[in-house]
Design a protein around this ligand. Structure first.
Ligand SMILES: Cc1cc2nc3c(=O)[nH]c(=O)nc-3n(C[C@H](O)[C@H](O)[C@H](O)COP(=O)(O)OP(=O)(O)OC[C@H]3O[C@@H](n4cnc5c(N)ncnc54)[C@H](O)[C@@H]3O)c2cc1C
Ligand code: FES
Ligand code: FES
Length: 487
């Protein structure tokens, strides 16, 4: 078995005999002695633990993304460059612009959140040219500050581009790229065994299939934005882990004439641009999915496979008529996404089957699609209710209608009774009133800390009304879509 390997800044680190569920944060603050990265919540919510991962893209260019180290298992950085707040200063001690701007703009008081903010800013500095204020707000959606207030931090984000700097990490890129390439070109997948825990990181689907057959009880791991919390918060002992993030066949986005095909291991951050272009409302929903830090890790397949009744992507995918491709011992099969969910925690996936990709039909001529997320906060909050509707009206009548819902039942659901009440009817107030009555009875939502049953029922019908208004009276302002206005 080969060691776990990655570049810590530019230095090759090779680790053996490590616990595969140790988080990157635990390793940094423990064995590595790098305590600049902080622990706040240990559940991906506060950003105190933000680090930057550099990877080598297939075109040979470096890609950087900021992630939550507290829920990332250490073996997941195999083959990557790991950068922490300790690695930003120039050799002569000058602060990086992301750090200097925070000082200049008074962006820090107690300073506990500051390393995390700096790392998010640093990732933005490496990947974006002079973003707008609204974009900065999005980028910082996963970093919380309890004392400074965000205005000076956002000012720092904008000001850092004016600071002269001739030593970006890119200056060392040749050495780093060489190191990353050498690791990538080693065909031996990572496998770890430590104190009864095992971790495998196959690189191809046939290896994954064989491992699944040999370890049928293993936990599949993608971005760890759910699984990481099973360890840090629920203290679950994961004995066998199959990490699917390196499996080539589960990557890739195929933008076909009539559909998008998205690999299960594609992150929400990577899927965002193509989804937002095709379905602007869905893009807006994804912009509110967790935070930038979460979306840089969380995968399209992980959300669907987790199947949470309050998961955000499923209502939109169900309303769009998406199909999920499952791969297992019998090969591949394809089902409508809504058919994956049987009951709470129960799916129609057979033993050994996993989500390989999603097929999302593009909108045909005349089809309209809107989706809505209701949550207590704009960013970084799970939905109380999520609803998505697809509609085609012909000669004033509803020719086609699909509704996808989250937060209203034990599983992500399709509103078949409501659809039935609408199809063939005139798209008018009388039909809407009847459909609202049906929708109000179609589901039996729960009362929980996010919302009451009555709120959820009422909100769902009001979202249908909102959709009606938006599709029949486009002049009526029902929402603020322009992110600049929110800034
Ligand atoms: C701070 C925070 C905010 C969040 N905000 C949101 C939000 O706004 N909306 C929302 O919907 N969710 C949210 N989540 C939940 C989480 O980010 C999503 O469910 C995410 O899509 C999970 O993807 P992942 O790749 O991280 O999955 P993982 O955590 O790696 O896995 C999740 C589950 O799916 C299984 N799995 C993963 N990939 C596959 C596959 N290809 N085939 C079969 N099984 C698989 C795993 O075994 C596990 O059971 C949030 C999480 C955090 C920590
Ligand atoms: S410690 Fe709060 S997000 Fe990691
Ligand atoms: S400066 Fe204290 S939490 Fe941000």
């Amino acid at each position: 078995m080969r060691p776990l390997r990655f570049l810590l800044d530019e230095e090759l680190r090779e680790l053996t005999d490590i616990d595969p569920t140790m988080t990157v944060l635990e390793w940094l603050r423990g064995p590595a002695g790098l305590t600049g990265t902080k622990e706040g919540c240990a559940e991906g919510d506060c950003g105190a633990c933000t680090v930057v991962l550099g990877t080598l893209a297939s075109d040979g260019a470096m890609r950087y993304r900021a992630v939550n180290a507290c829920i990332l298992f250490l073996p997941m950085v195999d083959g990557c460059q790991l950068l922490t707040v300790e690695h930003l200063k120039a050799a002569d001690g000058r602060l990086h612009p992301a750090q200097q701007a925070m000082v200049d703009q008074h962006g820090s008081q107690c300073g506990f959140c500051t390393p995390g903010f700096v790392m998010s800013l640093f990732a933005m500095y490496l990947t974006e040219q002079r973003p707008t204020r609204a974009r900065v707000n999005d980028v910082l959606s996963g970093n919380l500050c309890r004392c400074t207030g965000y205005r000076p931090i956002v000012d720092a984000a904008l000001a850092m581009y004016d600071i002269e700097w001739d030593e970006p990490v890119r200056a060392h890129a040749a050495k780093v790229v060489q190191g990353l390439r050498a690791m990538r070109d080693d065909p031996e997948p990572l496998a770890i065994e430590h104190a009864g825990r095992r971790y495998f990181a196959p690189t191809h689907a046939d290896q994954l299939d064989a491992l699944l057959a040999a370890h049928p009880k293993a936990t599949l791991l993608a971005g760890a934005t759910d699984v990481g919390l099973w360890v840090t918060k629920l203290h679950r002992d994961l004995r066998e882990i199959l990490f699917i993030g390196n499996v080539a066949e589960l990557h890739g986005i195929n933008d076909r004439t009539d559909e998008l095909v998205i690999g299960a291991a594609v992150t929400h951050a990577d899927a965002f641009a193509v989804i937002a272009r095709e379905f602007p409302d869905f893009g807006e929903l994804l912009r509110r999915f967790g935070s930038t830090l979460v979306r840089n890790s969380s995968t399209v397949g992980g959300n669907v496979a987790n199947g949470s009744p309050i998961g955000d992507s499923m209502p939109a995918l169900i309303a769009l008529g998406a199909r999920v491709v499952l791969r297992g011992p019998q090969g591949e099969r394809e089902i409508p996404l809504e058919d994956l969910y049987v009951a709470y925690g129960k799916q129609s996936r057979a033993a050994g089957e996993y989500v390989a990709r999603l097929r999302i039909p593009k909108l045909a001529r005349g089809e309209q699609f809107h989706c809505y997320k209701l949550s207590k906060r704009f960013d970084q909050d799970i939905s109380a209710v999520c609803a998505a509707f697809k509609l085609r009206v012909e000669n004033g009548r509803v020719a086609e209608f699909r509704g996808g819902f989250g937060g209203v039942a034990a599983i992500p659901s399709r509103g078949r009774k409501t659809e039935h009440a609408l199809v063939g009817q005139p798209w008018n107030e009388a039909t809407l009133a009847r459909a609202e009555a049906v929708l109000g009875e179609e589901f039996t939502p729960l009362t929980d800390m996010r919302a009451s049953r009555d709120y959820r029922r009422l909100a769902t019908t009001r979202l249908l009304r909102k959709f009606f208004i938006e599709t029949t009276q486009p002049g009526v302002a029902t929402r603020i879509l322009d992110a600049e206005v929110l800034a």
